[in-house]
Design a protein around this ligand. Structure first.
Ligand code: TXA
Ligand code: MG
Length: 315
């Protein structure tokens, strides 16, 4: 299959409206979308990514006014979260409308809904006839794509169209809050930090990662994620020196240790989030064997970075 690469949101939306699958930029990471009401198109997303069929997709809407097309129960805390954080890097889980095919929600009675703030994503969604179901645009298990070249590397030839935008400014996937239960549950950390969420939802509960054999609160929790080929070592602070053979890389807020074949010192947690997945991908392309990652302080987006680093290292 030939993948059409375009800069036009309208051209990209045309593929969605004709039952195609299209990768598009958002401020968090790139998504791989299909018309939410076309189950055969949605099925192609799972095939293209190699995604397990029990992991549900997030539905993207062009504005909060369209949430009612796919979900019910936008009252109370859910409405307050939408008022405060939409459009932006937040997904809320609500009761699903029957019209949303089961393949989108992986059979769950709920659906995750997000309204991206990225101008190109907004223009694209406005040209689509219906909301767009989309997971991150990467091969399942690999780091999410934060620029169009990473999308093309993973999915070129397997998708109909790639809407070429600028690199994602946040670099980590959206914060997910389940509002279909009370008290609401933080399912995934993201750029909207726990501190900001608690200002709107003081009773918010943080979901713990599930133990083996236990049903996960969010199906995505049970899978290995975000992983480069290289092995990952997590540290709270840099060691004196890294073993230069086999080649090791360093990423963190502190100065790189001696012996790093490749390194990235980030000046803020926001910068760390933005560059992390791209750094993983470059390390793989350059044959790095081990990536040493410094865990940032657990505040703001630091909590999300720590979560992704733990998942990437298999923990
Ligand atoms: O920033 C993002 O959220 C990006 C962009 C493209 O919007 N999307 C994204 O999608 O990260 P994905 O599929 O990689 O992650 C979606 C996560 C999965 O862990 C999934 O299990 C969870 O959302 N999820 C989706 N629907 C859910 C539901 N109804 N209940 C609980 N968890 C849900
Ligand atoms: Mg993903």
């Amino acid at each position: 299959m030939q993948t059409v690469v375009t800069d036009s949101p309208e051209v990209a939306a045309g593929f969605i409206n004709r039952a195609g699958i299209v990768a598009f930029p958002t401020e968090t990471v790139y998504g791989l979308g299909a018309d939410v009401f076309r189950p055969e198109a949605v099925a192609r997303i799972f095939t293209a990514k190699g995604r397990p069929s029990d992991n549900p997709l997030i539905v993207h809407v062009q504005s909060p006014d369209h949430i009612g097309e796919v979900a019910t129960g936008l009252t109370g805390r859910a409405a307050e979260l939408v008022e405060q954080f939409f459009p932006g890097p937040l997904t809320i889980v609500l009761k699903k409308r029957d019209s949303v095919p089961d393949i989108v929600s992986a059979g769950l009675p709920t659906v995750g809904v997000r309204c991206p703030a990225h101008p190109m994503a907004a223009a694209f969604l406005r040209h689509c006839d219906h909301p767009v179901a989309a997971p991150s645009a990467n091969v399942s298990g690999r780091p999410s794509s934060t620029d169009w070249k990473s999308v093309y590397h993973d999915l070129g030839g397997r998708i109909d169209c790639l809407l070429r935008g600028t690199p994602s400014t946040i670099g980590l996937e959206s914060t997910i809050v389940d509002c279909s239960v009370y008290p609401p549950l933080l399912l995934r950390s993201g750029a909207i930090g726990l501190e900001s969420l608690l200002e709107v939802v003081p009773e918010l509960v943080v979901a713990t990662t599930c133990k083996p054999g236990e049903a996960p609160k969010s199906p995505g929790m049970k899978y290995r994620h975000y992983s480069p080929e290289a092995s990952i070592i997590l540290v709270e602070s840099p060691p004196e020196t890294l073993d230069p053979v086999p080649p090791s890389a360093w990423i963190g807020l502190s100065e790189p240790p001696r012996g790093a074949a490749k390194s990235m010192q980030c000046h803020t947690a926001e910068e760390y989030a933005r560059v992390l997945f791209g750094f993983f991908r470059t390390c793989d392309a350059e044959g790095i064997h081990t990536i040493w990652c410094e865990l940032p302080p657990e505040k703001g987006i630091g909590r999300a970075i720590r979560d992704r680093l733990h998942k990437a290292s298999g923990g």
